[in-house]
Design a protein around this ligand. Structure first.
Ligand code: 9D3
Length: 245
């Protein structure tokens, strides 16, 4: 997979893309990530990427020409059509299912706006999709692009080992994860639940499933109907919510 990212602050990408799973995916050739500075596609001597808004008002607006030219240069190099995704607070909300959909593409272009905002002709005539990562205000699209890239790269077949394969993830069975423990068995007087050291694998599986359901019911009830909860599990859950031990 190839991902081109257009932005005003290319230095924000180096370290996050050079760690952990994304680093390994790049080294092993699963993904080629190319960062472009929008300023490099300007022609005037001051490399002006923004200008005053028509109609007046505060702030500046990113000019359309360098962004169109950058995307066209990438299309020339790579050939063919490519999804062009604008990161913006007006976009559709990013989620695991959007990540899964984007991970199927062989090539993506991500455009990061900045606080000033972007000429509407980029949204209307260049971007094929507009994505927001949530309802809070960032100072630019760069961190949002990193979130999107991270979520996509780990879904590329072969990137994760079978140990922590993406199908094991919280959110793929629809529920939050069950609580996990490691050594020591007693820490500051707090014991690991006895069932986890019992060696009874059926009991452990049932405990984990029930804890995942209970936790989801308490913290993210909006996710519960995606968890395929049977009548017996529902009964246990309701009893525990009413009557916590
Ligand atoms: C209030 C008018 N605009 C500020 C002059 C709104 C605004 C534009 C651009 C606010 C923030 C930004 C920068 N944010 C992004 O580019 C962005 C973003 C975000 O802020 N939240 C969640 N997802 C995203 S994706 C891109």
């Amino acid at each position: 997979m190839r991902i081109d990212i257009l932005c005003l602050f290319p230095e924000m990408f180096a370290s996050p893309l050079d760690q952990s799973i994304v680093k390994r995916a790049r080294e092993q050739g699963f993904v080629d990530i190319v960062i472009h500075n929008i300023r490099d596609y300007t022609y005037d001597k001051h490399h002006t990427a923004d200008d005053y808004p028509y109609g007046g008002g505060p702030g500046m607006v990113l000019k359309p020409e360098p962004i169109f030219e950058a995307v066209e240069a990438i299309k020339q190099e790579m050939g063919g059509s490519v999804p062009v995704i604008l990161l913006s607070p007006q976009g559709r909300l990013f989620s695991q299912s959007v990540a899964q959909e984007l991970a199927l593409q062989p090539h993506l272009v991500l455009i990061c706006g900045h606080y000033e905002g972007l000429d509407e002709r980029v949204c209307e005539h260049l971007a094929t999709d507009e994505i927001s990562i949530g309802d809070y205000v960032l100072s630019g699209g760069e961190l949002a692009a990193l979130v999107v890239v991270d979520a996509i790269v780990r879904l590329i077949p072969g990137v994760l080992g079978s140990q922590d394969s993406a199908s094991n993830d919280s959110h793929s069975d629809g529920l939050l994860e069950y609580p996990q423990y490691t050594r020591p068995q007693v820490y500051r007087g707090w014991s690991v639940p006895a069932v986890l050291v019992s060696g009874n694998h059926a009991e452990i599986a049932q405990w984990r499933r029930r804890q995942a359901i209970l936790r989801t019911a308490k913290r993210r009830p909006d996710l519960l109907d995606r968890g395929n909860i049977c009548d017996e599990e529902r009964k246990w859950m309701l009893e525990n919510l009413l009557n916590p031990k």
